[in-house]
Ligand binder design. Structure first.
Ligand code: ZN
Length: 349
């Protein structure tokens, strides 16, 4: 089968690799229908996290189950399934507590499992899925093709945007600012509105992304950043700032922007991968009573809540995909996202 391999910074290749097979009775083999490139895949692509040897990449996919191990009972051959950006059992204490990213038996795509057996990356034709009964969520029947991009967002970006909103305590009547206009930031706008926010302001400098933010329910857009951006936020929210700020970037600058934008006593929900040197300034937070809550999003715990709304069209987070390319052209997908020619790219095996 074909799968995407990163060899070094800016060196993405689609290569022939071994077909996965069932290795454990809890495994499933899934033929990928759609996968995508994540903003976090750009860290190794740009060389910010080093690639010392060629490795498989990609962690978001939806597909159809081709075979299952003897111990798999919830997921059946022929099911259309959503896989989160990690695999997990959904039965251990951490999964039950809503933190399936810390599953006591789970792990990551494109890396060895706990027996040392390789687990495929998501940007390929077929994936061996460990702990299939916990990891995978089947849709009722085969979804309409136009729903597939939105279903794919439940693997990561929509669940992650939702986690930012939940972590910040967004609820009916909340006022919200979203820092970051990547796919996660845009989904965070949608998530905040969905949870009942009375006013959502998106911070974005790109007209195409501003348009999606508006579609997702943003009431206003702020283009300024830094001190000017903070001043503009305060101005829009009674001179004090919003109740909740959703930090969806992960750099030192974006975290500072978020913490200084929230009103005193407000809460920052942070989901940006902190590869950019973000740290929490306790002195500032002490003085303002602004809190920070969040982390790597346990998106698997959110699928059951969000899936019905995707299926009946109440939310359409798949709008964040603005480019689709065949898997064979994965290198172009990375380049397009790196050069900001695309917000998020869907890959079709
Ligand atoms: Zn678990």
């Amino acid at each position: 089968m074909l799968a995407t391999v990163i060899h070094a910074a800016r060196d993405i290749r689609v290569e022939e690799v071994a077909d996965p097979v069932i290795l454990a009775p809890t495994d499933a083999i899934v033929r990928v229908v759609a996968a995508c490139v994540c903003g976090s895949d750009l860290w190794p692509y740009r060389g910010i996290t080093p690639t010392t040897k060629p490795r498989r990449i990609g962690h978001e996919f939806v597909g159809v189950v081709e075979s299952v191990g003897d111990a798999v009972s919830r997921v059946r051959v022929g099911d259309f399934v959503i896989a989160p950006f990690y695999w997990c059992d959904m039965t251990c204490a951490n999964c039950v507590n809503g933190v399936s990213t810390s599953c006591l038996n789970g792990g990551w795509w494109g890396a060895p499992d706990r027996h040392g057996d390789f687990v495929d990356g998501a940007q390929g034709e077929v994936v061996r899925v460990p702990l299939a009964d916990g990891t995978l969520v089947a849709t009722p029947g085969m979804p309409a093709p136009e729903l597939i991009p939105s279903l794919l967002t439940l693997a990561d970006v929509m669940g992650t945007g939702h986690h930012a909103a939940v972590s910040a305590g967004v609820g009916p009547g909340s006022t919200v600012v979203v820092v970051g206009d990547g796919a996660v930031g845009l989904c965070a706008v949608l998530a905040a509105k969905r949870l009942g926010a009375s006013r959502v302001v998106a911070m974005s400098r790109h007209s195409d992304r501003q348009a999606i933010a508006r579609e997702f329910g943003a009431d206003d857009i702020i283009e300024e950043r830094g001190a000017e951006g903070i001043a503009r936020v305060k101005e829009l929210f009674d001179g004090i700032g919003p109740d909740c700020v959703l930090e969806c970037v992960g750099t030192a600058e974006s975290m500072e922007q978020a913490l200084k934008s929230a009103r005193p006593g407000g809460m920052v929900g942070y989901v940006g991968v902190p590869n950019g040197g973000a740290e929490l300034p306790i002195q500032l937070m002490f003085g303002s009573n602004v809190g920070a809550n969040g982390g790597v999003a346990p998106v698997r715990n959110y699928v059951e809540e969000l899936l019905p709304e995707v299926l009946d069209g109440r939310i359409a987070p798949g709008r964040v995909f603005d480019l689709e390319v065949p898997l064979a052209e994965a290198a172009e997908a990375y380049a397009a996202m790196d050069e900001r020619r695309a917000t998020k790219v869907l890959l079709r095996p």
